[in-house]
Design a protein around this ligand. Structure first.
Ligand code: COA
Length: 143
């Protein structure tokens, strides 16, 4: 399962946006704005592929010199529960650590908190609402 860094506006990026739309936005009746996607030229875009088809993706956004935020984690429904998410998290953490970041943080949907706990993240602070659903900040120091 190739794990790749994705170029913004490439064909793989279009696959990534479609996967994120299907998994993360469409169920909430939301879309991506052009501005939101344009800002992602600044981000690190990661994907897991098989036969050039995307299985899973996530985005890393720099918050400050030491801290990077994971966003838009999504695994194709047919591939969930097979370790793909965990493998992509390990890849994202390795890339973030290699870039010199010391902490990875995220706004985790409550439904995904158990997944991130399995990946070694802990909840920080209280529940809050984002995109209309409950979330928690979670984080983990990077080695
Ligand atoms: C949450 C998600 C990324 C997990 O990816 P995945 O590939 O299914 O997860 P994995 O198979 O790698 O699971 C790793 C471990 O986490 C557990 N796990 C997976 N999803 C879980 C969940 N939603 N809640 C609790 N535990 C979960 C697995 O059982 C597994 O545990 P094990 O090591 O004891 O066997 C994926 O289900 C997904 O894309 N969900 C929809 C979109 C979403 O909610 N994204 C997160 C937004 S914050």
């Amino acid at each position: 399962m190739p794990l790749l860094q994705i170029d913004h506006n490439s064909e793989k990026y279009q696959q990534m946006v479609q996967l994120r739309y299907e998994l993360l936005r469409k169920p909430l009746g939301l879309h991506f704005s052009d501005e939101e996607l344009a800002r992602e030229t600044q981000d690190i875009l990661l994907g897991a592929f098989e036969d050039s088809k995307i299985l899973a993706c996530c985005v890393l956004t720099k918050l400050d010199a030491e801290t990077v935020r994971l966003r838009q984690m999504a695994v194709n429904k047919k591939q969930q529960g097979k370790g793909v998410g965990n493998t992509l998290m390990n890849f994202a953490e390795r890339i973030a650590a290699d870039m010199g970041f010391r902490t990875l943080t995220m706004h985790a949907r409550n439904t995904a908190v158990g997944f991130y706990q399995k990946c070694g993240y802990r909840v920080v602070g209280s529940e809050f609402i984002e995109v209309g659903i409950p979330h928690h900040v979670m984080q983990k120091p990077l080695r």
